[in-house]
Write a protein that binds this ligand. Structure first.
Ligand code: IDC
Length: 346
């Protein structure tokens, strides 16, 4: 009898060693980052699986709320900003910064944007997205593919291109459990919620043909600030839809936080896919006190947040100093004031 127990225990031990719940690459990732964030027990994706929306919250495969902490690329359409979309950079973000989600921002109409550039550059943009998505998959991080509407103001302007783009990427990544789609960064210029809804109703089914359940994020009026308006008339008949709120803490304060509270009170699933502590221009002075208020509110409701941006462009929102020459493996001395604050927060 005793021998049976002993044999059983040894077998059990051997099984545990052979069938590690996380693979070799993830086991290698068992490091403690500067932020104290340890991924010893698996990567964000191996732990949480495919995300779903439950009530107002983003939840994991077990239905438990997940706190997304992300960083956004700068526009991948600007050649100089593109080198930061690579595996080494994402690994640093994951292991040393406490980041579990990376957003790939692709402008639609600005310089070399997807809707205004030539076919060769468009191919390159898809390639950069692919690099980012595959690196995130390998590292077990979530990744948001962002159709960065800004100058174009009304997402309907390039609806046809958007449908074709989302058809391509949702087909390409249909088997990926880590991909989220953001279909219009910041509608503005007076684009109403009903117009945005009509755009969403055209694009969501295109994605759903390939991906039944990936999270789809819809921008809201006035540069993705009016989640309170969206809450008054949410999209009906779709699952796993979230609504974007963006904040730049030195510009957007209590009045804007109130909009988020109204949206939550009205049971709208909100996600913050872009923020910084500076002004809405991407420059100006930081207001870390206001940024702290925002994160407090978002964390309280387990609303995910993604910081703009992983760039060394000389502007306040950049997480890296202009002097940073590295494209990954960033050191503390490479971080801007904003970058240092963020890593501390995360
Ligand atoms: C800014 C970039 C800046 C670039 C500009 C182009 O930081 O380098 O020249 O876009 O228009 C947003 C937008 C985001 C902006 C950012 C800062 O989504 O594209 O990036 N911002 O202005 N909304 C509010 C602020």
């Amino acid at each position: 009898m005793k021998r049976t127990i002993a044999t059983g225990l040894i077998t059990c031990l051997l099984m545990t060693l052979v069938f590690q719940p996380w693979g070799a690459s993830q086991a290698k990732a068992a490091v403690k980052g500067n932020s104290g964030n340890t991924i010893k027990y698996g990567t964000p994706v191996s732990k949480n699986g495919k995300l779903k929306v439950k009530g107002t919250k983003l939840v994991n495969k077990k239905g438990k709320p997940v706190q997304l902490q992300g960083v956004s690329s700068h526009g991948i359409n600007w050649d100089v900003r593109q080198p930061f979309v690579n595996e080494a950079a994402l690994k640093t973000l994951r292991d040393n910064w406490g980041v579990n989600c990376f957003r790939i921002a692709m402008y639609t109409e600005e310089y070399n944007g997807y809707c205004v550039t030539d076919p060769a550059s468009r191919k390159q943009l898809l390639k950069t997205i692919d690099t980012g998505v595959k690196a995130a998959k390998k590292l077990g991080m979530y990744v948001i593919i962002d159709w960065h509407v800004l100058n174009d103001q009304n997402p309907k302007k390039h609806q046809k291109a958007a449908k074709s783009f989302f058809k391509t990427v949702s087909k390409k990544y249909k088997k990926y459990s880590n991909v989220l789609y953001e279909i219009c960064n910041e509608p503005n210029g007076g684009t109403s919620w009903s117009v945005i809804k009509s755009y969403a109703k055209a694009v969501i089914p295109v994605i759903r043909k390939n991906s039944k359940s990936a999270i789809i994020i819809v921008g809201t009026p006035n540069w993705s600030q009016d989640v309170d308006i969206a809450a008054g008339s949410p999209l009906k008949g779709y699952r796993n839809i979230m609504y974007a709120v963006h904040f730049y803490a030195a510009t957007h304060k209590d009045d804007y936080r109130k909009k988020v509270q109204t949206a939550i009170d009205n049971k709208l699933p909100v996600i913050c896919t872009e923020f910084s502590a500076c002004e809405a221009s991407g420059n100006g002075a930081y207001d870390f006190k206001s940024a702290q208020e925002w994160l407090k509110l978002l964390r309280k409701h387990k609303i995910g947040y993604v910081c703009w941006s992983l760039s060394n462009k000389p502007e306040a929102a950049s997480l890296l100093k202009p002097s940073c020459k590295r494209t990954g493996g960033f050191k503390k001395s490479d971080l801007s004031q904003m970058g240092k604050w963020l890593v501390k927060q995360y």
